[in-house]
Design a protein around this ligand. Sequence first.
Ligand code: SAM
Length: 257
Amino acid sequence: MEKYGDVLFALDRAEEIRLRLLAEVFDPLCTRTLEMLGVAPDARCLEVGAGSGSVAQWLCGQAADGEVVATDLDLRLLESVPEPRLRRLVHDVTTDPFPDDSFDVIHARLVLSRLPQRDEVMRRMLRWLRPGGFVLIESFCWFPVDSSPHPTYCKVMQRWSKLICGTLGTDTWWSRTQPGSFLDYGYRDVGAHTVTQNLRGGTRLADFWRLTVDMSREQLLAGGYVTPYELDEFYALLCDDTFWDLAPALVQSWGYK
Ligand SMILES: C[S@@+](CC[C@H](N)C(=O)[O-])C[C@H]1O[C@@H](n2cnc3c(N)ncnc32)[C@H](O)[C@@H]1O
């Protein structure tokens, strides 16, 4: 398996733009759920695979008397977060440790489903939580794509998913049973919420998915996953404001220690 960021999702200018777009589109869904779960002013928080750092920055505002640690394999984007209280750490969630009972809140968006070691990572995060603390994990679920009435949208998205699953060990089906698996990992009071967003061409959400697929353009064409014609048609659909469909859904699952 190729490691996340080595080739696919390598941190270049295009990936930076994509991650900032991701934050713009998905942060409101994430912060609403974190607010519902409750981040205390003195909470110790861990943002895993923090990307552009927008959620970590938001957590700093909530945990004003606590501590926020943001980790990633590469800290270049996190360095520009204007938050002196944010502790930034190069940390591979699959191998690097934290002491047991370190955090009240652990959040990871679009990280765990991408990693083949997700089961072991979920168990490690349980050890890192303090008793009473919670984890919130967000992952995409592909059922809206699989049932799409638009053949080109459906095919390109499915083939892109097949590429990343085969290359990185991503599991785009994990999200579906994610809350149930939290019980197996040892979490309690598990809950979940799934958001399905309407996808209209020309919107920020459509831009996010267009850029996401475009980042793997070379691999999609070289591997024969799609033709150049299908890709161009896909890009045109996602720029067309008369195109309406559903984007991959976002599953938010939480569990307590
Ligand atoms: C799709 S991005 C999501 C970024 C951020 N969580 C967000 O939603 O805005 C996935 C992030 O996880 C990071 N990542 C991937 N594998 C990781 C690992 N093993 N340990 C820590 N971070 C990892 C990547 O570098 C990238 O920043």
